[in-house]
Ligand binder design. Sequence first.
Ligand code: ADP
Ligand code: AMP
Length: 206
Amino acid sequence: MILVFLGPPGAGKGTQAKRLAEEKGFVHISTGDILRDAVQRETDLGKKAKEYMDRGELVPDELIIALIEEVFPKHGKVIFDGFPRTVAQAEALDKMLENKGLKVDYVFLFDVSDNVVIERLSGRRIDPKTGTVYHVKYNPPPPGVKVIQREDDKPEVIKKRLEVYRKQTAPLIEYYEKKGILKKLDAVKPIEELYKEVLGVLENGN
Ligand code: ADP
Ligand code: AMP
């Protein structure tokens, strides 16, 4: 089964994807996580991607598509989180899957307002040791865990990322709606409730 998690930055895609990976055996492919790791290790990809990421812009399609081709697992259930982010990426994914006799089964749209995005991103904190994602209010880190804030979760960059989402990524809603595979989630709901909704779709198709 192939899933795509679509929605603005900070909508809660990674939070749900990580849990599904842990509990249901999905391979979680987050292009954002892979790129941050590449930046930290100063690989070729990391060096090319860093400036775009710091500015809150998208990394060029050809780099992302090559990356997906490299990391696509040979077997298993997959969640693409934060990919595709442009129509060109979505078309490339469809082609790649078609060549393997596969297709995207469901696209979950994490639907939230800009205000919620801003509140979630500005309160997001990461444990750099484990990559666990917390929120100062909604999912606070346990006492003693030292957390950091992502550079691109600062207010100026958040604004840019929302603009980029609206212009370059939101057209994918129509792209997947036309294919009849879009499942809209009211992502303002609490983490636990959303998880149950996702499972409901996977288990019963609704
Ligand atoms: P994305 O992967 O879409 O960028 P994250 O999963 O990192 O988003 O979530 C962004 C922030 O919002 C994190 O701090 C996370 O703990 C918090 N969060 C995620 N889902 C919810 C939710 N349903 N309700 C409240 N806070 C949430
Ligand atoms: P994320 O962790 O999903 O919020 O992504 C962080 C940053 O990585 C984005 O602001 C982009 O600069 C870059 N990025 C992640 N995924 C993609 C993608 N599919 N296409 C282009 N850029 C991406």
